[in-house]
Design a binder for this molecule. Structure first.
Ligand SMILES: Cc1cc2nc3c(=O)[nH]c(=O)nc-3n(C[C@H](O)[C@H](O)[C@H](O)COP(=O)(O)OP(=O)(O)OC[C@H]3O[C@@H](n4cnc5c(N)ncnc54)[C@H](O)[C@@H]3O)c2cc1C
Length: 484
């Protein structure tokens, strides 16, 4: 048995764990990272990056087929999915190799193997026993299993769907959350017939109906079939069975029923930590209920997003180094890379409730958007009635993921409607939206201008005449929403 002593032991090398380890290494903390499968975790290997790569392949392929409407004849475009998967794998390799190099550069010791927690200061990895001062749990999440649909054969999970050896004739996607929708749309564009099956009455059930509507319209246009309020009972002999109604013949079933924190199989129960449902409970410092045991990322529950894990990882590393840090962002933006895309940050109108105003601006009112075949969707802003403090943003439309940072930054800095509307952007630059509402981006030749033009359109609708000077604020910083 080899004994290893370390200041910080990070269990799990996903975006939460590897970023925490690198940051700790940068701060001079003696750090050991344990990873059971592949550095980069779900995000780099079987999540964010491979799914966005597949979506890109699907989009390019689909464009070749849909260009005829514009008078472009692309000929007989064909798909070599093996080559597409190789391209995606090369991209993943490049990124995970980069992570390994950064860990090495910052002198993080990496142990490849399954970590078994013995107690709050000891983890067993094969023949090595690691003793630590601080233990950071970053073991992530796993796909929610459906008892009626065990994986195997034609029933696959998202990881297999990201490395197809062939495109099925008919794919049934069970679960219409963002992962099911992103992959379902991609497979449709790659040539499969696709049926989305959802137990609830709406696709993307956690988003409000107006935001989802443009996506539903696009699903119809693409020919994706929807079965809402439908529960799956099994899969037998090429037939997807439902609790009610006739079965549906299909070649493959993709189970995308959500994800759950990974809490079993590595001795977590020995710590007897306080839980929040199925997730490990943490406070605003990412501390668990046990001293010097920290937890981050998907293991700590929703929102299960890579950028949350990353930000938490940095916060923990800095606290272990003695810095005063908290993890309490105003918002964690979320993007659905559907067609069209959805981005949300902060509160929706319903969440904000009374005392708030909302305004939206449609892309259809923007000529430039129409020339880009991107006339579907809108930008919506939610702000406090009394002082115009922005509390939420939502957008649906082509490429709106690019607005996520703008939205998050305005919320984080406590901006008012007038602050954002009054920001002058340099020209020529993608940020120059102008305050002229939806037409601001017209003729600029950049689709980002169009999106920002619609942002300003929504802002201008939210700002009533005469309000502007009264509420101009110029980013006097404040936390908690009270303006000095
Ligand atoms: C198809 C798909 C698409 C996604 N798209 C997006 C997106 O576009 N944007 C976004 O923000 N998020 C996306 N996500 C979610 C994102 O991948 C996760 O939120 C993120 O990876 C969580 O990071 P993490 O570090 O908490 O855990 P993970 O990335 O899950 O990493 C945990 C790591 O811990 C390791 N581990 C677990 N137990 C042990 C043990 N006992 N010993 C050693 N190692 C262990 C695992 O092997 C794994 O590598 C997507 C997920 C999926 C599945």
């Amino acid at each position: 048995m080899q004994r290893i002593d370390t200041q910080l032991l990070v269990l799990g090398g996903g975006p939460g764990g590897y970023v925490a380890a690198i940051r700790a290494g940068q701060l001079g903390i003696d750090t050991t990272l344990v990873e059971a499968t592949a550095l980069g975790g779900t995000c780099l290997n079987v999540g964010c990056i491979p799914s966005k790569a597949l979506i890109h392949v699907a989009e390019q392929f689909h464009l070749l087929h849909s260009a005829a409407e514009l008078g472009i004849r692309a000929g007989d475009a064909r798909l070599d999915i093996t080559q597409s998967v190789q391209w995606k794998n090369a991209l993943v390799d490049r990124l995970t190799t980069g992570v390994a190099a950064l860990l090495k550069k910052h002198k993080v010791k990496v142990l490849h193997g399954h970590g078994e927690i013995l107690d709050g200061k000891t983890v067993q990895v094969g023949e090595q026993r690691v003793h630590c001062e601080h233990l950071l749990l970053a073991t992530g999440s796993q796909a929610q299993a459906l008892p009626a649909l065990p994986l195997g054969g034609a029933v696959i999970g998202s990881s297999q769907a990201l490395s197809p050896s062939a495109i099925p004739g008919h794919l049934c996607v069970v679960g219409a959350g963002y992962i099911g929708l992103e992959l379902g749309i991609a497979y449709r564009k790659l040539g499969a017939q696709v049926t989305l099956v959802e137990a609830q009455g709406q696709v993307l059930p956690s988003y409000d109906a107006p935001l989802v509507q443009p996506v539903v319209q696009r699903l119809e246009a693409l020919g994706v079939a929807l079965r809402l309020n439908t529960r799956v009972a099994g899969f037998e002999q090429g037939q997807l069975l439902f609790e009610q109604g006739p079965p549906l013949a299909c070649d493959q079933v993709l189970v995308a029923a959500g994800r759950v924190p990974c809490t079993a199989g590595y001795g977590l129960e020995r710590l007897d930590l306080r839980m929040a449902g199925r997730a490990v409970a943490i406070d605003e410092h990412c501390r668990t209920s046990m001293r010097n045991v920290w937890a981050i990322g998907d293991l700590t529950g929703e929102p299960m997003l890579a950028h949350r894990a990353v930000a938490q990882g940095e916060a923990v590393a800095e606290q272990v180094a003695g810095h005063a840090r908290r993890f309490e962002p105003r918002c964690i933006p979320a993007v659905c890379y559907t067609d069209p895309e959805i981005v949300v940050a902060g509160l929706s109108p319903d969440e904000a409730g009374p005392g708030h105003r909302q305004a939206s601006f449609p892309f259809a009112a923007n000529g430039r958007a129409l020339t880009l075949q991107a006339g579907s969707g809108f930008v919506r802003v939610v702000a406090r009635e009394d002082n115009h403090l922005i509390v939420g943003w939502q957008a649906v439309g082509a490429g709106v993921s690019e607005l996520a940072s703008t939205f998050a930054q305005s919320l984080e800095m406590g901006a008012r409607l007038e602050d954002v509307a009054g920001t002058v952007h340099a020209h020529p630059d993608p940020g120059r939206g102008g305050a002229g509402g939806g037409v601001a981006g017209a003729g600029q030749g950049h689709s980002c201008l169009t999106r920002l033009g619609c942002v300003n359109g929504a802002l201008n609708r939210a700002i009533e005449k005469g309000d502007c000077q009264q509420h101009r604020h110029r980013f006097h910083r404040h936390r908690g929403g009270e303006v000095q």
